[in-house]
Design a protein around this ligand. Structure first.
Ligand SMILES: Cc1cn([C@@H]2O[C@H](COP(=O)(O)OP(=O)(O)OP(=O)(O)O)[C@@H](O)[C@H]2O)c(=O)[nH]c1=O
Length: 624
């Protein structure tokens, strides 16, 4: 990929992002950078008046954030980093620097100031190269900043308060997030949009190119070149690190970092390079960041699950910010243990930590609390209590097949749900996931020509509600196992029309299917092996009148997109394991699903994406 080499220069290094900002993490990981997140503990309290410009303040804050992390990691001697990246975003208007609001009133003061006017957003960035010299940390700091101007529309008081009440302003400089609801407040932007969001990626790449690209012979710009080099120059970059010479750009641009200061260039020496003392150094293998992440990944999941299980996010949503000791009391846990768990959650970007204590991030408020329209709490609890146990026995499943693993985890193979409690656990997990995707599935195609639908395996009816909401003429039947239907009532949303939805108990492999023009199979087929899928589609096909349809939603990528959707691919990559442990099914691509539908008498088969997770395939029953 042509854009990779400049970011690729960091792939062999242990890179740390000294920031808890989820936006920075997203911007950099979207650009292909691999890094560890270690939020800085530096308190953003430098005296603003002592800086000549707002940008100098942002740069110094970014520098102190990064250096604090570099020193802490060096002291602990744990996976000491090669490079630490720090950043600080501020909003300035009329000489005033606005950081993150401390409460709603503060957010209101900030937004009123910005209302109808143009302001500047500065992000200061530092790239700190670290090395160990006789046990002492040596740092070299490269810094820069980027300015973007943003103009707000004239906004009514009501709108400002509505925006503040959405909760979005609280963890954002200036009290708004241009990338989300805050985008609606903005009339125009001059400059780098991502700079406003929290990280000036373009400028960062230029700096990396300066750092790692030696001046080409005859290049009039030399080390001062300040634009991303042409693609073929990028390709040349792949070997320059091995050149072993000093880095002119670094020498010119870098500033020394306090007590750790020194003059040596940061890049590592080449394959077998001679250093100034004549000693020969072996080339270090690339730092296995990805592997280490995989090895540690389960701890991150467990921290999230545990905080959900102990209702940490509920407590903080209702009463945060709170100190660890108060949270411990409220969740009935030890202060020491709670403190550790909270630290871990903050490091994972699930919580914010400030002087006032811990508070939820936006994502935690939305998805990790136990109630609310977008809650995935049930999924976390299900994964923790049920899927976790099964995966503990993955070795057994791999060796002997699923039955052994299920047995070891205490599950009887002949019965899906052991008790009402496990049924509810499963239903809560599915409910959260279905609600997350229901709208995308319901609107992937225009289904308004149908007046009746049957959602097979429709569980709590989350998709049925969305279908009924989207298509007022549609009558939807949710068809699922009696155990499920018995508990479905508990999941019905208050105040939503339910007369268009009915719940019918039954087994779609054996019982008569309710009559409907459209049959829906949302995330059902991957649970079943080919023979069962054929059996089910044969049954649907024989019930479906010509002109009727079948709608299949699965976490299946379109083949041509597979390489691009790396994260989704990773999720899909784990699906066969889930199938091994949970049943004999398998994931199927959209193309394969389309072929299946054609084979069972459906024509005009079309595929559409439904959000990031799912693909939806719609087929129309041809005349037999
Ligand atoms: C203007 C604007 C800002 N932000 C966020 O505001 C925080 C600034 O605060 P910071 O002190 O620079 O960073 P932080 O979040 O406290 O993290 P850290 O680096 O650990 O100090 C960062 O998050 C940015 O994304 C947005 O998400 N959208 C916007 O439109």
């Amino acid at each position: 990929m042509v854009l990779c080499p400049v970011i690729g220069k960091l792939l062999h290094k242990h890179v740390v992002l000294a920031s808890a900002s989820p936006r920075r993490q997203e911007i950099l990981s979207n650009a292909g950078l691999r890094f560890e997140v270690v939020p800085s503990r530096f308190k953003e309290k430098l005296c603003k008046a002592s800086f000549p410009t707002p940008s100098a303040y942002a740069v110094e804050t970014a520098k102190q954030k990064a250096l604090e992390v570099a020193r802490r990691m060096h002291q602990k001697d744990l996976r000491a980093p090669d490079v630490v990246i720090g950043a600080d975003t501020i909003v300035t208007i009329g000489g005033l620097i606005l950081e993150k609001p401390v409460d709603k009133q503060d957010a209101y003061r900030m937004l009123s100031r910005l209302n109808g006017k143009e302001h500047s957003v500065f992000t200061g960035v530092v790239i700190v190269h670290c090395s160990d010299r006789d046990g002492r940390l040596h740092t070299e700091v490269l810094d820069f900043y980027e300015e973007t101007t943003v103009k707000f529309s004239e906004l009514s008081e009501e709108l400002l308060w509505e925006y503040i009440d959405s909760g979005e302003p609280m963890d954002k400089a200036g009290g708004y997030g241009i990338q989300a609801l805050g985008g609606m407040l903005v009339e125009h932007v001059r400059g780098d949009f991502l700079n406003v969001v929290g990280f000036p990626l373009n400028h960062f790449c230029k700096k990396l190119a300066q750092l790692y690209c030696p001046p080409c012979p005859g290049d009039a710009w030399g080390a001062e070149r300040d634009s991303i080099p042409a693609v073929d120059t990028f390709e040349d970059l792949s070997d320059v690190e091995g050149g072993g010479g000093s880095d002119p750009a670094w020498g010119d641009r870098g500033s020394c970092g306090g007590e750790e200061a020194g003059a040596a260039p940061p890049p590592a020496p080449g394959p077998r390079d001679t250093d100034l003392n004549g000693a020969v150094e072996e080339k270090r293998p690339p730092f296995p960041t990805g592997l280490l992440e995989l090895m540690e990944g389960f701890k991150a999941s467990k921290a999230l699950f545990t905080a959900c299980k102990l209702n940490v996010f509920d407590v903080l949503r209702d009463q945060g910010p709170l100190k660890a000791v108060d949270i411990a009391r409220k969740i009935n846990a030890s202060v020491r243990g709670t403190g550790r768990l909270l630290e871990a959650c903050a490091a994972l970007g699930l919580l914010h930590k400030t002087d006032a204590g811990y508070s939820n991030t936006e994502a935690a408020d939305l998805h990790l609390v136990s109630d609310g329209a977008h809650s995935l709490h049930g999924l976390a609890v299900y994964n923790d209590s049920h899927v976790w146990d099964l995966f503990t026995h993955l070795d057994l499943a791999a060796r002997d097949g699923a039955e052994q693993a299920r047995g070891a985890a205490g599950m009887k193979a002949d019965r899906l749900f052991q008790s009402a409690e496990t049924t509810l656990l499963f239903m809560r997990a599915m409910h959260g996931l279905s609600k997350l995707t229901a709208r995308d599935v319901a609107t992937a195609f225009d289904l308004s020509r149908f007046t009746s639908a049957c959602d097979l395996g429709g569980c709590t009816g989350a998709l049925a509600h969305e279908l009924a909401r989207e298509y007022p003429r549609l009558q939807v039947t949710v068809f699922d196992l009696p155990d499920i239907i018995e508990h479905a009532r508990a999941f019905q949303p208050d105040g939503q029309r339910t007369e268009h939805i009915r719940f019918v108990p039954g087994d779609f492999f054996t019982d008569a299917l309710p009559r409907a023009q459209l049959y829906v199979l949302s995330r059902v087929l991957h649970d079943w092996p080919d023979d069962r899928v054929h059996h089910l589609l044969t049954r649907i096909s024989s019930c479906c009148e010509p002109g009727g349809g079948v709608l299949v939603a699965e976490a299946a990528a379109m083949e041509e997109e597979e390489a691009a959707a790396a994260a989704a691919a990773r999720r899909r990559g784990l699906q066969p394991l889930g199938a091994l442990l949970l049943g004999a099914g398998r994931p199927r691509s959209a193309r394969e699903l389309g072929q299946l539908l054609r084979r069972h008498g459906f024509r005009d088969v079309r595929v559409a994406p439904a959000g990031d997770l799912l693909r939806v395939v719609l087929g129309t029953r041809a005349a037999p």
